[in-house]
Design a protein around this ligand. Structure first.
Ligand SMILES: Cc1cc2nc3c(=O)[nH]c(=O)nc-3n(C[C@H](O)[C@H](O)[C@H](O)COP(=O)(O)OP(=O)(O)OC[C@H]3O[C@@H](n4cnc5c(N)ncnc54)[C@H](O)[C@@H]3O)c2cc1C
Length: 393
């Protein structure tokens, strides 16, 4: 297998590089934002400028068809773009609207829904959060109990969601609710688009281990949602959700790209100061860093495998679970190695710390990555049964 760029891919890589060199706002080049800097990503004054530049080219949602404001890029082109963007530390502009709901609407939405939501997702006016998990329904999502009952032209929703990332900032939520409690659990769920300002929605932020707020509890008390905001047919929401979750898992490929740069940054940091460097004083770290680099390259190959399968029209199955499992655990290992490189400085968390506190923050924030979007145990079960053909317990 030849993993080098084809001439076309190399030309594309150059085009992306030239764009970044010309258009990425100076402030991001001087002070790059990382995924951990969630608040910074939102509030940064240059974020709108950067978004506009990407929108102009359709690069904000590169995989969407051109008629919906995308660039209809191939998966390999997108992957190369992610590599270059991550390499330049360009902040990701997007969110769940771009990566999950938009693509799901393109496949399953009505024309009216596409016209209403796709342009405003691109412009940033519509920002979605994901109302799937509930206190008693996470891994076993189909057990969800939030109810939606038809009442004239509306549905009335009652229930509770939890771990709803960004619900305190989002103005729309894609939400699953039970519309028929008397059929097998997968067959009585519907998928709705709900405006967060609708009366009866209470969002209660949950402070997480980083000290910040990423996710929330969301209480739904007689919330009315117009029937036209159902995606797909009533009681077929589980299958639409499966499409959305496929798009969510595909995101693991881009996380690999960021990890590669993080591991390289650590090596650079460990080498600083020559004989007096951390590496000079702690030769054992050499092996640890080498392991991380090998793992990063492995994850990259797994990401290529996914991209190439998708490009050939194949649907990754246990392969997606392998990548999700490996990449999320690798993110944690990289952060732990980072803490070993930092030594006592690892206790510093603010921007005055080495690497602006990024490692200490990711040491905490990556803890959730082996839970979010399907826990490691669930991924291992999928690999065991579908990949290895082992019997179900
Ligand atoms: C950072 C973060 C962000 C999130 N954002 C969102 C969001 O925006 N929207 C949203 O809807 N949800 C979100 N979630 C929720 C996430 O999807 C759930 O936490 C996840 O699916 C696990 O569900 P649970 O927490 O209910 O744990 P449970 O499903 O109760 O699992 C508890 C433990 O039991 C294990 N377990 C469960 N079933 C099995 C099994 N069959 N075999 C073996 N082990 C099993 C699990 O692996 C886990 O260790 C987020 C979570 C995190 C951590």
């Amino acid at each position: 297998m030849d993993l080098r760029d084809t001439p076309e891919e190399a030309a594309w890589r150059q085009e992306v590089r030239a764009f970044i060199a010309k258009e990425l706002p100076r402030s991001f080049k001087d002070e790059p934002l990382e995924p951990e800097d969630v608040a910074g990503l939102w509030d940064h004054p240059d974020m709108q400028t950067w978004r506009r530049k990407l929108v102009e080219r359709g690069w904000i949602a590169p995989s969407w068809p051109k008629e919906y404001g995308g660039a209809a890029l191939t998966l390999m082109q997108q992957f190369i773009m992610s590599e270059e963007m991550a390499g330049a530390r360009a902040p990701a502009v997007g969110g769940m609207g771009i990566s999950m709901v938009g693509p799901s609407l393109i496949v399953h939405g009505t024309e009216e829904q596409k016209k209403k939501f796709l342009p405003t997702i691109l412009s940033g006016e519509t920002f979605f959060c994901q109302g799937f998990s509930e206190p008693e329904a996470g891994s076993d999502l189909a057990s969800l109990r939030t109810r939606a009952v038809r009442d004239g032209d509306d549905y009335v929703i009652n229930g509770q969601k939890i771990w709803t990332s960004q619900a305190h900032r989002a103005n729309w939520m894609f939400v699953l609710a039970r519309t028929d409690p008397d059929v097998p659990k997968h067959k009585g769920i519907s998928y709705f688009l709900l405006e967060m300002k609708a009366p009866g929605i209470l969002v209660r932020p949950l402070r997480d281990i980083t000290g910040g707020v990423l996710f929330n509890e969301v209480f739904l008390d007689n919330v009315r949602v117009p029937a036209k905001n159902i995606v797909g047919e009533e009681n077929r929401g589980w299958y639409i959700a499966a499409t959305t979750l496929d798009f969510e898992r595909a995101n693991s490929a881009s996380s690999v790209v960021i990890q590669r740069h993080r591991a390289k940054d650590l090596i650079r940091l460990a080498k600083e100061g020559g004989d007096q460097s951390v590496l000079g004083r702690n030769p054992g770290l050499r092996l640890e860093l080498a392991d991380r680099m090998i793992e990063v390259e492995l994850a990259r190959l797994m990401a290529y495998q996914m991209v190439s399968m998708l490009g050939r029209g194949l649907i990754p199955n246990y392969q997606a679970s392998m990548l999700k499992l490996f990449a999320s655990e690798l993110g944690q290992r990289i952060s732990r190695t980072g803490m070993n490189v930092l030594g006592l400085y690892g206790g510093l968390y603010g921007r005055e710390a080495p690497m602006k506190g990024r490692i200490s923050r990711s040491y905490l924030s990556t803890l959730g990555s082996t839970i979010a979007a399907g826990t490691s145990e669930i991924q291992r079960n999928i690999i065991a049964t579908r990949g290895l053909g082992l019997p179900r317990q």
